[in-house]
Design a protein around this ligand. Structure first.
Ligand code: CP
Ligand code: NVA
Length: 330
């Protein structure tokens, strides 16, 4: 039987089979081709989508907006603090109201339970645009970018360096396990993903043949890697007070030339972005003043090198989010 995702929410990759993720990747490629060739695809004309953001965003917000417009939809953006949600109105009531007005809802914020509640009560597909626990739409773009570079996913050696228990790392581990990609978390052990999630990943990997590894050793972690991935060391919602400890813990896990010398010869660099790779941001300059670092999770040399595919990856957010919206709404 063919894959049918109509009416489904997209809250975490654990809810989707390998075949369903494969379907979304193939659909993303079709949409990318259409966009590149100027072929109109207003397949969801007359439908409306609301975007709820409790945290800031460039890529995710713009990808949902452009994808919605390209599909012919109406799109409403609600910024942090401009709705009644949570303050004057419960999440359950907000969900029931939005479900009457809109055909689908995107949410970025803190709690995974909240996005689940929106889905349970709204009666329409809800998309997780990032919570503290997961960032599943990012992963479809990351998988697409890997496949575009290597022509396959199965058997690719993927290494994540840095805060390996943040939303991006958690989701990457599950994405890799589902698609037969070998996943290595290279980080201090208390920044490995939580045990229950590691167990889930290992269970999935048994079926797909993927190898899931955790190591504190940079040498071991980067050996023969095809993809080296990192994310910022302090995520949205964490207090500024954690910077010092995090810098001390993660400095050895910076993605740099040495890491790539140990990787496979065609290895690429990925990052969900935004990234602190120079002093052109206010936070970057602030950290430089306080701790003397000029670059953090990745050196500017690697970020700007031909190995870096981060802007292809960022563009792919839009094509892949479009696939998720279309597949669940068509
Ligand atoms: N990668 C990502 O989610 O970027 P934004 O925070 O800009 O949406
Ligand atoms: N881990 C980062 C991802 C940003 C896209 C954060 O949550 O801030």
């Amino acid at each position: 039987m063919g894959i049918n995702l109509r009416g489904r929410s997209f809250l975490k990759l654990l809810d989707f089979s390998s075949e369903e993720i494969r379907y979304l990747l193939d659909l993303s490629k079709n949409f990318k081709n259409m966009k590149m060739n100027g072929i109109e695809h207003k397949y969801l004309s007359g439908k409306n989508m609301v975007l709820l953001f409790e945290k800031t965003s460039t890529r995710t917000r713009c990808s949902f907006e452009v994808a919605g417009y390209d599909l012919g939809m109406g799109v409403t953006y609600l910024d942090p603090g401009s709705s009644q949600m949570g303050k004057k109105e419960s999440i359950e009531d907000t969900a029931r109201v939005l479900g009457r007005l809109y055909d689908c809802i995107e949410y970025r914020g803190f709690s995974q339970d909240l996005v689940q509640t929106l889905s349970d009560y709204s009666g329409v597909p809800v998309y997780n645009g990032l919570t503290d626990l997961f960032h599943p739409t990012q992963m479809i773009a990351d998988l697409l970018t890997i496949e575009e570079n290597f022509g396959r996913l199965k058997g690719i050696n993927f290494t994540y360096m840095g805060d390996a228990r943040n939303n991006v790392a958690n989701s990457l581990m599950i994405a890799c396990a589902k698609m037969g990609v070998n996943f290595t978390a290279c980080a201090p052990s208390h920044l490995f993903p939580e045990e229950w999630l590691r167990d889930e990943a290992k269970k999935i990997a048994k079926e797909t043949g993927s190898i899931i590894r955790f190591t504190e050793s940079v040498e071991e972690g980067t050996k023969d890697a095809d993809v080296i991935y990192t994310d910022i060391w302090v995520s949205m919602g964490e207090p500024d007070s954690v910077w010092e400890e995090r810098i001390n813990l993660l400095k050895p896990y910076q993605v740099n030339k040495k890491a790539f010398e140990n990787a496979s010869k065609d290895a690429i660099f990925l990052h969900c972005l935004p990234s602190f790779h120079d002093l052109k941001t206010t936070i970057g300059r602030d950290i430089h003043e306080k701790f003397g670092l000029e670059e953090m999770e990745v050196t500017n040399e690697i970020f700007e090198s031909s190995r870096s595919k981060v802007f292809d990856e960022a563009e792919n957010r839009m094509h892949t989010i479009k696939a998720v919206i279309y597949a669940t709404m068509k």
